[in-house]
Design a binder for this molecule. Sequence first.
Ligand code: MV4
Length: 510
Amino acid sequence: MKRQSIKKILVANRGEIAVRVIRACREMGITAVAVFSEADRAALHVRMADEAVAIGPAPSRDSYLRQEKILAAAQELRCDAIHPGYGFLAENPEFAEKVQQAGLIFIGPDARAMRLMGDKTSARQCMLAAGIPVVPGTENALADEAEAKRVAAATGYPVMLKAAAGGGGKGMRLVKSANEVASAFRAAVSEAKSAFGDGRVYIEKYIGSPRHIEFQILADHHGHVIHLGERECSIQRRHQKVIEEAPASVLDAELRQTMGETAVRAAQACDYRNAGTIEFMFDKNRQFYFLEMNTRLQVEHPVTEMITGLDLVKQQIRIASGEKLALTQEEVQFRGHAVECRIYAEDPANNFLPSTGTLSFLSPAAGPGVRDDSGFLTGNEISIYYDPLISKLVTWGSDREEAIVRMRRALSEYRVHGVATSIPFCEIVMRHPRFLAGDFDTHFIDDEFMNVENTALTPEGTDSSAARVAAIAAAIFHHAKGSKSKPGAQKSDSGDKSAWKLLGRRRALR
Ligand code: MV4
């Protein structure tokens, strides 16, 4: 592939990720063009860009999802490339195609790789053919209930029904026994049809208490693929990640190498280009299975940047312009530990209900080892229209302990007035004995805070009991009170597993 210089990039996104991409452009001497909806006229990404174009009303479908408007803006302003960020159009193969047809560079993989990995059955087939371990199950979508029954019995209960067009937890169903198959199959098909316009579903063996561990890969247009290690992303709620870290404390050097090599082979198997993520489930027996591939820059990419010293957005831009990867696998060096807490405008004391309003005061944490990737300024509005992510607070330490202590310190400095945030919840997790011990899986939040068996596996929208909401509210109330007392005033607890019981007894930061 010939080198094409990129001098001007349109950033087809908003919030913190648009700001993140603009920052990379600035450092590279690239002109950054922002697009914005009517709700985002005063947004940080608009202020930081060199030029900005209005693309429509607040709802995403009228602005950030308007492919033709975004393309027209890019052409009119003579951009060389479009960076899609994550979400919105980032994994839309038609958009990637249109960008290319317009003579522009799409900073990401090609439409073919996106399609191949977007269909979870073709992704599984591709990985299976390459000898990558995938969760046992069907290679093709199920034809009917009868086939679903046969395959489920052959796989062994419990099984998961998943939408081929799904991913990220949408349209999944746990099936515990034969008498549930028929109704679960019908429900899954109709759910998949209405959510994705594609009713195909397939079966996987159910993995009981998995960790979610994903590997970052980079692939250039010259046949070089490297991995940048893993991120542990098990601390999530309803398939929304809350806390991520790198490296994963469960992996030893040998397993890291094996999984890293597998991730590289997975990227090679689909002839992938640019930055991507191979998601694995990691089970109690330390077996790992390919889950899905994300064909975009991910929200949690900063933890990888913090431990490798690499700038993933710059890497994406260089790859897209046809440059060779500047480093080999052996030259990738890992140093220390990083933790990311997502600061959402959500009220943890009110069942994580989105909290909208004006950010009347916003004062992020700073200081040694702290990075705050925010999309907002004091005075900005958190509206109902977009993702409630305010910021990603990331800390680095020479080891996990230091990264966590720094995170506690940073969370305690962070000030957000005007909306409720997930900060107090993150403060609780940063002191939770199971988090500190690295003893958690994807059910951690449900198990420790929701006090109800496996909400992750009950249908979406299943609601909380009043008692559960009250328990979290009480925990946060006590925590807020505790945080006003002197650090170090109380001795640390031991042998007490319940999160909220710990809260009144504030412990030293260490
Ligand atoms: C599974 C699983 C157990 N067994 N598949 C959820 C998100 C989507 N990417 C796949 N997910 C899961 N698939 C089998 N065969 C459990 C989950 C799962 C999960 C996976 C990753 C991160 C968080 C999760 C939370 C609940 C369930």
